[in-house]
Design a protein around this ligand. Structure first.
Ligand SMILES: CC(C)(COP(=O)(O)OP(=O)(O)OC[C@H]1O[C@@H](n2cnc3c(N)ncnc32)[C@H](O)[C@@H]1OP(=O)(O)O)[C@@H](O)C(=O)NCCC(=O)NCCS
Length: 168
């Protein structure tokens, strides 16, 4: 299993990943991986622009795809240079696993590999957060060795949010 940077080299594999969201009706996340109206190169360029746009206020993120053999199983976004508020509520890692590939350990792997990547990019400590009600995310964070720090109230939803530190 390995992380790769988004590239045209994996277009066919990434399209299968993206279509899985549409097939499973995960509309909100499918939007993020909507390739229907774009050439693949334009999709990659737009994604890079989105990452750059967020860097105008000092933050930025790097996206990686998780490959297992020749398949894209998931995505991790490593967020860098967070404000105090972002570190409190968003954390450094955001992960998505293809709906048909869940409960197979890929979420745990994304967090472990994403943590290593974050450390390589100078992040220390690596913080991850999840809504308390997101049992899948909570389970993957704990399986990846996350050390529970505290529960806070999410600034956007008002729901309980769990904060962890990842060791890698
Ligand atoms: C959260 C997410 C990344 C987890 O990925 P995953 O590959 O399914 O997770 P793992 O297989 O590594 O699961 C690790 C552990 O978490 C727990 N877990 C995972 N999914 C669960 C679920 N649906 N219900 C209960 N526990 C769950 C289990 O303890 C699991 O270990 P087990 O399968 O051996 O029992 C995935 O569900 C996902 O992409 N969800 C939508 C996006 C999201 O919520 N991202 C997180 C917020 S940024």
């Amino acid at each position: 299993m390995r992380l790769v940077e988004p590239s045209e080299e994996y277009e066919a594999e990434f399209r299968v990943f993206a279509e899985d969201y549409v097939r499973h009706g995960e509309a909100e996340r499918a939007g993020k991986y909507d390739l229907s109206s774009l050439a693949f190169g334009d999709y990659l360029a737009l994604s890079r622009k989105a990452a750059l746009r967020s860097s105008t206020d000092g933050t930025s993120y790097q996206t990686y795809w998780l490959m297992d053999g020749a398949e894209v199983m998931g995505v991790v976004r490593v967020r860098l240079r967070l404000t105090v508020e972002e570190e409190m509520f968003d954390g450094h890692l955001g992960v998505d696993v293809a709906p048909r590939k869940r409960r197979l350990g890929y979420g745990t792997a994304l967090l472990r590999l994403g943590c290593e990547e974050a450390r390589r990019l100078g992040v220390d400590p690596v913080i991850v957060t999840c809504l308390r009600e997101n049992v899948a995310s909570k389970g993957a964070i704990e399986r990846a060795g996350g050390r529970f720090l505290e529960e806070v109230v999410d600034r956007e939803t008002g729901l309980p949010l769990l904060r962890y530190q990842l060791a890698c």
